[in-house]
Every structure is written in C-alpha cells, then in structure tokens.
Design a protein around this ligand. Structure first.
Ligand code: FAD
Length: 465
C-alpha cells in the first residue's frame, strides 16, 4: 500500500488523512500537543468554548458532510436566528436581510437603520445612475475597494463591507482581491454594469426559498474542536503530536524522507508521498530547498494576526444583551479596539443550556496592520474588551473567568493577484513528484474550503504523480 505522510494536523491535513483511509498507509505529523490547528475547544467557567473557529459554513457542503461522515451528524446544530448587526455610530444596528457581504440589493432597506449617513445612503442609491465602468478583463484582478468605492461610495464600503471582511479575513478592502476574496462579485465586475441591478437580477434568478431559510453556518454541540478530533480518530491514520517536520529529503529511487523533531529527540520517517497541510511560512521553510520558486511565492503571502478574548459573566436578571442578538461587527472607521463580538450563550443554544447561569462572550481584535494589538498583555486585552463590550451591550459586571488566545499569522490575506500566486505555487509544486499541498492559503480560508483542499490533495496523491 502507498505510504503518505501528511504534515500538519489542522483540519486541512486531517481531511486529507480521512480521504486516504483504507487506500494508503497514513502518518500525520503535528507540531503541537493536539490536532485541530485553528479549531480548538477548551473549557472556560465549566463550559466548552471555541478559541478559534466557532462555526462551519453550511452554504457549501464539505465541512458539514465531513462531520456527518465521522459520526458528528447528530451534534450539528444551527445558530439562533439573528440579523448581522453592526456596533456603529454608538448603537447596535441590525443590517436588513437581503444583502451580499453587506451590500444591500435594495438600498431602501437601509432607510431608518442609521447605518449610513443621509449622504452615504444617497450616494449608494445613485449607484444605478452611474454609467457602466470598464469591465474587469478575464483573469484580471482589482482590490475590493477599487471596484466597490466608485460604484457604491466610500461610506457604504467602510461601514457595510469592511466590517464583514475584517471578521472573515481580518483583512481590508483596499488590499483584498475581488477575484479571490469576493469571487461571487467577479461576474458583476466583468459586466461593468450597475452592481445593485446585478445583485437584484441574481436574487430574482434563484428559485424562491421554500420552508424555513437554511442557516448559512452551522456549529457542533460541544464545540467545533470536536471535528478534528473525530476526523483524526475515524481516519485510522497514525497521528503523531509533538512532531515538527524540520526538513524534507528526496529518497534516491523515489519517495521522501522527513526529518522530524519529536518530544523524544530527532527522527526520520520515509513515505512514497507527502501532503503539506501547513500555513504558508511553515510550508515555505520545508519546500524552499527543493523549490525556491514555491518558497518565494509562499513567503510573499501576507498574514493577519488576531486575538480572541473569551469571557464568562454571571447572567443578571436585568440588563445584559437582548435575546435576539448573537453578536456584532465593528467598522474600523468607528475607531474601536474590538472588531467583533459573539454572544456565544445566545448564538449557540447548546452553549446557553450548558451554562444557564452564565453569559459567555467572545471579542476579537486584530485586522491586518493591527498586529500590535495581539502583543498587548492579557490584562490589557481583557480590560479593553470588557470596557467596549459593556459600552455596546450594557453593564456586564466583572468576568468570572477570561481567556486570551492569540493567533499570530492566523489568516492568510487573499490580496490582489492571489489566484495567480496560488497557480504559481501549484505549478512549482507540480515539479516535485509525490508532493501535494493544501490548506487555508489556497481556495478559501473557511473550514469548509480547507476540508475541500485537503480531500482534493489526497485524491491527487492517490493518482500517484
Ligand atoms: C480566530 C479565528 C477564527 C476563525 N473562525 C472561523 C469560523 O468561525 N469559521 C470558519 O470557517 N473559519 C474560521 N477561521 C478560519 C479557519 O479556522 C482556518 O482557516 C482553518 O482552520 C485552517 O486550517 P488548516 O488546517 O489549513 O491550518 P491550521 O489550522 O493552521 O493547521 C496547521 C497545523 O500545522 C501544524 N504545523 C505547523 N508547522 C508544522 C510543522 N513544521 N510540522 C508539523 N506540524 C506543523 C500547526 O501546529 C497546525 O496544527 C478562523 C480562523 C481564526 C484564526
């Protein structure tokens, strides 16, 4: 049977191991003391809390399907229904339904919300009167602000789109690629026509929803950290934690040798094939001696670091956040420190039921270029988050327990030209027989996209280039 070493025990590498089950002899090398990477669940104030990703995309099927395949189907759950809400202009303001990444197909829906100033709203409404802009050529790219600002105005971009991209990518519209970070808008840009009219046509062309609207994301009762653990166990792979891949060596006659640092000293492992499921900087270090071209591209990927501050408060009978609120996003122009907050006790009914006397909240800080924030010490971060949460939500009291989780280089930035960069990396890797790559860097940062890249890498690996 073909032997495969998967380097990196995050969800991408584990999805690859799962895909290879029964078809290859698989070893997963994970540098940390546990599998899961950015899917990590720990216990705070007696209840499980997710320190990294806390939801999985349900609009695309890969992560939900994997959870079902590894026996977590009955633990999948929906968030409590609640609108996207912004903390902006000193109030919590829900975004009316019918938007695409913050852009409302029907600007009249924003009337009375206070999300935009009268001038900002008037500018948005004018969009359809703006003459067609030059169409984005096939294969060309532009930053998101570069496309959106001339169409819907600076204020709508700053206040409606920027906070969503800050939440998903920890990124900025003036750097992120339209083609890679908002690919669903690429056809509108290619047409050069009114964006709002295009969004309405897109909505009308879809079959009318029947029954209750499906959730955009889903969760796992007990925390998303259960997913990697379940995948690792069900895959049957040999999973080695405390095992850092330090260097790769080609074995004469075919195959690869991996030099590994383990808790018990250095060792080597041989396999017919490798799947490198690592963040860009770690992949660059390993691949550099074999492919300077891949290394150069991987080293060129910018990352954003962020920190998640999770807090448990005693639930008070009066005050506190209103029941229909799952959290909020903060536009950078509002000048706050936190960029988002999630009321975990509201968003996930299982969490509320598990700790009924507590209010579990998490706030996050750090968009690209705000990395200094994650360098603040825990007390400062907890104090900042506590003050701003109380300002937005009303008095919360002192936290019973808090935890700060830092994710330096947590999210790769899909900047302008990202698709070409990924193509160049794949071309360079294609020159290394038996090597495949997968991870958050390639076709989407979300868990579902990571699962898809992991499984696809495994399929290619089995084809045995
Ligand atoms: C704070 C935060 C919140 C997020 N929230 C969501 C969300 O709600 N929903 C969503 O869909 N996505 C979310 N994401 C994105 C998503 O969680 C990640 O993109 C995804 O989990 C990345 O998985 P991965 O396997 O590609 O990489 P990673 O999770 O980074 O895994 C890579 C693994 O490789 C290991 N490793 C590194 N170097 C070596 C080496 N040399 N040898 C061996 N092992 C090594 C690391 O220890 C790590 O475990 C979030 C990300 C962050 C940072």
């Amino acid at each position: 049977m073909r032997s495969v070493i998967v380097i990196g025990g995050g969800i991408s590498g584990l999805a690859a191991a799962w895909e290879l089950r029964g078809k290859a002899e698989v070893t997963v090398l994970e540098a940390g003391d546990r599998v899961g990477g950015k899917l990590r669940t720990s216990v705070l104030a007696g209840t499980p809390v997710d320190e990294g990703a806390e939801s999985i995309m349900a609009l695309r099927p890969e992560a939900v399907r994997l959870a079902e395949e590894v026996g977590l189907g009955e633990s999948l759950c929906d968030p409590a229904p609640a609108p996207v809400t912004f903390w902006t202009r000193d109030a919590l303001r829900p975004l009316p339904a019918g938007h695409v990444m913050g852009i409302p197909a029907d600007p009249a829906a924003l009337d009375g919300t206070g999300l935009l100033s009268p001038e900002g709203l008037a500018r948005l409404v004018q969009e359809e009167a703006i003459p067609a802009s030059p169409a984005l050529a096939e294969g060309a790219d532009i930053n998101i602000a570069g496309y959106l600002v001339p169409r819907i105005g600076r204020e709508a971009v700053d206040r409606l789109v920027e906070p969503l991209l800050g939440g998903i990518y920890a990124g900025r519209t003036d750097r992120l690629s339209l083609r890679s970070a908002m690919p669903f808008l690429a056809p509108a840009a290619a047409s050069g026509d009114s964006l709002l009219a295009w969004l309405r046509r897109r909505r009308e062309s879809r079959p009318p929803a029947t029954g209750t609207r499906p959730s955009v994301v889903r969760g796992i009762v007990g925390g998303t950290g259960r997913l990697p653990r379940a995948v690792a166990a069900a895959s049957g792979a040999r999973v080695l934690t405390h095992s850092t891949a330090l260097a790769l060596e080609r074995v004469p006659g075919g195959g690869w040798r991996v030099h590994v640092a383990t808790g018990r000293g250095p060792t080597t492992l041989d396999a017919d094939a490798l799947i490198i499921a690592l963040p860009a900087h770690a992949a660059a270090t390993l691949l550099g001696p074999h492919s300077p071209a891949a290394q150069a591209e991987l080293d060129g990927v910018r990352h954003a670091g962020s920190a998640v501050i999770t807090m448990a408060f005693a639930r008070s009978r009066q005050g506190g956040p209103s029941p229909g609120l799952n959290g909020f996003l903060v536009p950078p122009v509002d000048g706050r420190t936190i960029k988002a907050a999630t009321i975990l006790s509201h968003k996930w009914p299982w969490q509320g039921a598990d700790a009924p006397s507590k209010l579990i909240l998490r706030a996050s800080v750090g968009r690209v270029s705000e990395e200094h924030l994650i360098g603040l010490d825990d007390r400062r971060l907890i104090g900042l988050a506590q003050r701003e949460l109380a300002h937005a939500l009303g008095p919360l009291g002192e936290p019973l327990e808090s935890r700060v989780t830092r994710w330096p280089q947590g999210l790769p930035q899909y900047e302008v030209g990202h698709a070409d960069r990924v193509a160049a990396i794949r071309d360079a890797i294609g020159m290394l027989p038996g090597v495949e790559v997968c991870g958050a860097l390639y076709e989407g940062v979300g868990v579902a996209a990571c699962v898809a890249t992991g499984r696809a890498a495994a399929e290619r690996s089995l084809e045995g280039r």
